[in-house]
Design a protein around this ligand. Structure first.
Ligand code: NDP
Length: 295
């Protein structure tokens, strides 16, 4: 199977490295030096344009910030549509939005090209380890065609339903992550101010019913230590919460939780900037509360 991988950002890069270890791979990135590095590291071929990258590909994987950037890659003399062959499949690992994906799928179908929305969960560590969860929207046959490429980085690969449902699932997952980060941050900040050491609070929480992935892993490893590594931009998480909020609204589910989280992450994004890491949302809470969750 010949694979083209486009978009070598924080998570795309380790995914592409794993693909290149298993399949003949061509890489492209907007900032060419990043793709050149991956090509040097893995032996993948370096492409100058998206069209050049996909000419021989059976499966094309994109991993860009939003569906907007994916859609913008389709047209033009250097675009994906100018290069992809009939019968090939585009698997979009971007955490995109369902409506754009349905539009992209329809456009590709006119050219005899398959489409899957295939967003991933598991973070940059999961990408390096090849243990990502892949949430797929599309047909069962389309998934089988792309599966060998997706298995390079995915441990759990699940067909959610038709095109768009992978993105819907991913947005809800990330919206729940986002809500939980704020809730854990507020709760622990209050406990620290009440005189409970942060580490003790987390030790007790993590053997009690309020525990979560956020409290067991993220806060212990990245907040208590003060490490706050840059692995996933807060701007991208806010985008995901926005997609989930819109999905809920479209489905007639009008509760306040997702919309409130979207607003709060929007405020954090404005305060911290486009490059801040998502867990820095807790720093906003700490600043407001006048306390740090460390220990
Ligand atoms: P980054 O911001 O680190 O990387 C974005 C990538 O997209 C870069 O390769 C960038 O190129 C490229 N890009 C940006 N704008 C354009 C454009 N207009 N045209 C072409 N290429 C463009 O993002 P991540 O790698 O973290 O995330 C990628 C996707 O994966 C997002 O949808 C995100 O929500 C999702 N995701 C991320 C996770 C993570 O832990 N980081 C986890 C799960 C999902 P350049 O190098 O030139 O800037």
């Amino acid at each position: 199977m010949r694979v083209a991988f486009l978009g070598l950002g924080a998570i795309g890069r380790p995914m592409a490295v794993r693909v290149a270890a298993r399949h003949p791979t061509v890489v492209w990135n907007r900032t060419g030096e990043r793709a050149a590095e991956v090509a040097r590291e893995t032996g993948a071929r370096l492409a100058e344009t998206p069209r050049d990258a996909v000419l021989d590909a059976d499966v094309v994987i994109t991993c860009l910030p939003t569906s907007k950037e994916v859609e913008a890659l389709l047209p033009g003399a250097d675009g994906l549509l100018a290069g992809m062959r009939k019968g090939a499949t585009l698997a979009d690992c971007t955490s995109g939005d369902p409506a754009s994906s349905r539009r992209i799928a329809a456009r590709l179908a006119e050219a005899g090209i398959g489409f899957l929305d295939a967003p991933v969960s598991g973070g940059t560590n999961g990408a390096e380890a090849g243990t990502l969860t892949v949430m797929v929207g599309g047909t069962a046959e389309g998934l089988e065609r792309a599966r060998p490429a997706l298995e390079s980085f995915g441990k759990t690969i699940v067909l959610m339903g038709p095109v768009g449902t992978g993105h819907a699932m991913k947005s809800v997952n990330n919206a729940l992550l986002a809500v939980n980060i704020l809730a854990v941050g507020e709760g622990i900040a209050a406990l620290v101010k009440a005189g409970v050491p942060a580490r003790t609070a987390l030790e007790v929480l993590n053997v009690s019913s309020g525990r979560s992935f956020v409290s067991e892993n993220l806060v212990v490893e990245r907040v208590l230590t003060g490490a706050f590594p840059n692995t996933f931009r807060l701007a991208l998480l806010q985008k995901d919460v926005g997609i989930a909020t819109e999905l809920a609204r479209d489905m007639g589910v009008n509760g306040p939780m997702l919309a409130l989280a979207h607003r709060l992450y929007g405020e954090a994004r404005a305060a911290l900037g486009e490059d801040a890491d998502y867990l820095e949302a807790i720093k906003v809470i700490e600043r407001q509360a006048g306390v740090e969750i460390r220990g």
